[in-house]
Design a protein around this ligand. Sequence first.
Ligand SMILES: [Zn+2]
Length: 521
Amino acid sequence: MSKEKIIIFDTTLRDGEQSPGASLSVAEKLEIAQQLAALGVDVIEAGFPVSSPAQFEATALVAEQVSGPVIAGLARASQKDIEAAGKAVAPAKKKRIHTFIATSPIHMEHKLKKNSEEVLKMAVEAVRCAKSFVDDVEFSPEDATRSDIAFLIEILTAVIEAGATTLNIPDTVGYILPYEYGQIIARLKSDVPHIDDCIISTHCHNDLGMAVANSLAGVRNGARQVECTVNGLGERAGNAALEEIVMAIHTRADFFAKTGSQPLRTNIKTNQIHRTSQLVSRLTGFVIQPNKAIVGENAFAHEAGVHVDGVLKERTTYEIMTPESIGLSGSRMVLGRHTGRHGFTDRCRQLGFKLTKAELERAYQRFLEIADKKKEVFDEDIAVIINDEIRVVEQIYELKYLHVACGTGTLPTASVKMRTKDGTKQAAACGDGPVDAAYEAIREATGQSPKLESYSIRAVTSGKEALGEATVKITEEGRTYIGRGISTDIIEASAKAYVDAINRMVSAKDKGEQPEIKAEL
Ligand SMILES: [Zn+2]
């Protein structure tokens, strides 16, 4: 029996990027989009183009440069929004406009201040307008799960007639439970005329921890597209996690084959999951909890003696998926200071990095510096070296020198030398700890004093000479900026991360970037 395909619609760059504190630059969005294409997602929702010039630019860039997936742009049910989305996705080979309007009594009355006839008319007009830009139009009745089912049937019937080809049923506020959500999908599938000519889609939020379970209940009842995000990023408690949806469909093919009409499949190359998850975590600054399903650090770690014993004798005793299936390879390549340019270039290529000659040279020089301090350089190290070196953010301030003195019974002090637009600046400061002292000295030298929201450091690989990666979040005027820095010295990594965040902040201000409008969906 042929397998029926589940369309994976990734909204990491739109819904995921709306997570409080996740803010990605245009270049970072492009990098994630390229990895999503390598992962094999069917649709990438690249942004909400009308909300800001940066959102428009990112959507247009993804549409222009990323091939393979359909590129979608989000639009409220208004001509201005739809025009912006239509223009932004225009360069894509396969393009979609995703338009939405709220249909629940509570949203129509308090947010839209419109009655149901007005909302229905706006939805139909929006779909018609979108249809003048693209063939592929998706419609979402926002807050569908708290809407009147008779009205849902009415509005979906009307938008299908107007040309919508995908009908998305959002559980915007994460309210529904799996059994109920399945019933809604089944009811729509049986009662909306011509719905079999369209794809029914799920979009579930995780406020009650049900996003993945609800999405799968939707699939079980006939939905054939799932909207999801890498690592479950998204508004509030997040969206359905792509990796969980995909691995559930792959691992429990037997369940769907038994209960659905046909076995199911996705186009996802599951061995790209781990890598995609790491990239998104690094670029958004959202650390993955160790016990997170599929991609958490402990997801495949067997510590308890009886488990280890079982797994050694027969893997399937305690393992329902293999680490290899998500791209965690058992053996890691190790490079060292004797690795030549050729060997390094080869490994970068095998790891999937596409670098220009100049970028490769910069990454290689940085690799040599690190290999000098750290005998073994692992694949994970190479990934962070490349991400650290191939920065697109303008180096308005550069840390040239850092010295920190601390010890028991002494006041931690730091001195820095920084390159700035007006030449070199030096500063010295003391603080509660060495990192605090270094940050104070950097504030002094740059004249910038954003609020430090959070600071974390992780070892990229294990071992006492591990490379440390620091991530800081700073805020100013309500906007968040994330900076990262790596070094074998954690104080230096922390200082670099702080300078990186300040550079991002200053460059955004120079460009006059405005806070974006958010789409609740
Ligand atoms: Zn959402």
